[in-house]
Design a protein around this ligand. Structure first.
Ligand code: PHE
Length: 451
């Protein structure tokens, strides 16, 4: 029988959980990745597919994943063992937990490098490095990523920060970090949107780029990227929300909290896009210029606006914190497992995981400069890891989670955990059993050219 409380502790309230889970969802995915992949994939149609994926696939899977976590009350690997036993199912389901742990390690290895760029920009902002001139801003970004040592330094700093939070555990570390930072991030994004409005016609050009869909702009790979991003940005398919769900007190509504979290995450991503694209057009930049997009646009805004020095510092500080509240959820499944199975202290487990991920991150940092010629399937190490995790591992993980919750678990247990009126339960079940897995499957077939 499942435990009633996790050995790692519990969130102190429903609100604390919402903040932490929103912290996990809102991160570089919303502010750094969403704008640049939207730019690379032609805008409106891509945004629409992404929104459809969040609604039809993301939210039902988020509910399923959180529900499984709360019922199992352990790291994703052990939760899956317990739940498959409870359902008299095959023991091998715990490998799904492993898939998640590995995806978390791989994602964090590059996530930390990008978060390192954001830390570097805090210092650029402080020392007045932001200029109103797009060319200067671009070359300053190019200089940063061309330097292996700088990237290594900032990446190391970010990993140290992540591990020092995770070490402190559920209440002490994870909760405290998010309470102030999330609302502050929202305020500064609104300031940036207000600034984007001052660009006049470019503001409308930006809006129309994001919201008028032209389906000739997207192909099957763009659809896969949009779907993969729905998983990435909500933090689904790898056990992050499962392990957070395992610290969720009984009685809190999983459906309501999931809706808040997904709603907040989507709003932040859209605001980031609305703030960035007008600047891209106003400065004659390319929407498809890749992972450097926000680092090549936002400094121009800060260089131009009154008070830009202060807002620039604030923005990048908050971006680093948004990344931190996500990165801690990326290692938490691994740390929880090490504590449960290897009887390590939380501190030891955190440090070991951190060192391992840091070492992988070194290769990612070098893939932007000295190792940029090294390709796996025609992709740099960074591009490869991003594609492998976001486009393949998370959707596969999410597919299996939906399948497990909908088809393997005994539905009386699921009902017990979700505690929903019959009609709402049926809606969720329909989405989780049929729509979400089918959608993932069809997108995969489409990419393989089979559909
Ligand atoms: N959702 C986070 C972001 O958008 C990244 C993340 C992915 C977190 C997977 C947890 C799990 O930045």
């Amino acid at each position: 029988m499942a435990q009633t409380k996790s050995i790692h502790g519990e969130w102190s309230s429903r609100f604390a959980y919402i903040l932490a889970a929103t912290g996990s969802a809102v991160g570089l995915g919303n502010i750094w990745k969403f704008p640049y992949i939207t730019g690379e994939n032609g805008g409106g149609a891509f945004v629409l597919v992404y929104l459809a994926c969040v609604l039809a696939i993301g939210i039902p899977i988020m509910i399923a994943e959180t529900m499984m976590g709360r019922r199992g009350r352990q790291s994703p690997i052990n939760t899956l063992s317990t739940l498959s036993q409870e359902a008299n199912a095959n023991k091998n389901w715990h490998y799904l937990g492993w898939l998640g742990v590995i995806a978390g390690i791989l994602i964090l290895s590059y996530y930390s490098v990008i978060a390192g760029w954001a830390i570097a920009y805090v210092f650029k902002a402080i020392f007045g490095g932001f200029s109103a001139d797009a060319a200067i801003v671009k070359s300053s970004f190019d200089d940063l990523i061309a330097s292996p040592w700088q990237l290594l330094f900032w990446h190391s700093l970010f990993m140290i920060a992540t591990i020092s939070v995770v070490m402190r555990g559920v209440k002490g570390g994870l909760e405290k970090a998010v309470q102030l930072l999330m609302p502050a991030l929202l305020v500064i994004l609104l300031i940036l949107v207000a600034y984007a409005m001052t660009t006049g016609e470019y503001y409308f050009q930006g809006l129309s780029f994001m919201f008028s869909p032209d389906f000739s702009e997207i192909d099957s790979d763009a659809i896969l990227t949009a779907m993969g991003h729905a998983f990435f940005t909500l933090g689904l398919g790898m056990g992050a929300i499962m392990v957070y769900g395992s610290y969720l007190p009984s009685g809190v509504s999983i459906v309501k909290t999931s809706l808040y979290i997904a709603g907040a995450d989507t709003v932040v991503a859209l605001l980031a896009g609305i703030a960035i694209f007008p600047l891209v057009f106003a400065n004659g930049l390319e929407p498809g210029s890749g992972p450097g997009l926000i680092f090549q646009t936002l400094p121009i805004a800060f260089g131009n606006m009154t008070g830009g020095w202060l807002f620039g510092i604030l923005f990048f500080v908050l971006l680093v914190f948004a990344a931190l509240t996500s990165s801690i959820s990326l290692v938490e499944p691994m740390v929880a497992w090490l504590v449960e199975n290897k009887e390590l202290s939380r501190v030891k487990a955190s440090v070991m995981s951190g060192v391992f991920i840091w070492a992988l991150g070194v290769a990612v940092a070098f893939s932007f400069n000295i190792w940029s010629g090294f390709k796996i399937f025609d992709k740099t190490i960074f591009d490869f890891l991003d594609y492998l995790t976001a486009n393949l591992m998370l959707p596969i993980g999410g597919f299996c989670i939906a399948f497990f919750a909908g088809w393997i678990m005994q539905q009386k247990d699921v009902k017990d955990e979700l505690d929903l009126p019959e009609q709402q339960y049926k809606t969720w079940k329909f989405l989780a059993c049929y729509i979400a897995p089918a959608a993932v499957f069809i997108v995969f077939l489409h990419v393989l050219g089979l559909f």
